[in-house]
Design a protein around this ligand. Sequence first.
Ligand SMILES: [Zn+2]
Length: 150
Amino acid sequence: MEFRSHMDTALSEARASASRGEVPVGAVVVAPDGRVVAAAGNRTREMADPTAHAEILALRAACIAAGSERLPGHSLYVTLEPCPMCAAAISFARIARLYYGAADPKSGGVAQGPRIFSHPQCHHVPDIYDGLSAAPAEALLRAFFAKRRP
Ligand SMILES: [Zn+2]
């Protein structure tokens, strides 16, 4: 099957997050046949839930759709490098491929910080592709945080 990036969908979820006053991060889960089965943006403030990151919400919705807590063969697209919590959830869900946009030196858990997937206690490691549409993802985050600074 020809590769088709779903980062544009993730970016529109990120933009929708920003318009709700949430940190602009968006995530999309794609089934093995190429169907988008879930898309979500951050809702931590709205849901008063520190775990309501875009990746977690997208994984939950995709698992409900699949009727399974595991999503073998699925891909996850996210505009920002996943945090340690989301990286662990991606591993638990057996996501096959992780595509992410901007690097997150402050809170990332994949290429920096805890590097969740590099530990022997991490029992499933997805194929990882970083830097996809990183520039627009970074621009969204920069604009969001610039506006919030007094
Ligand atoms: Zn996260």
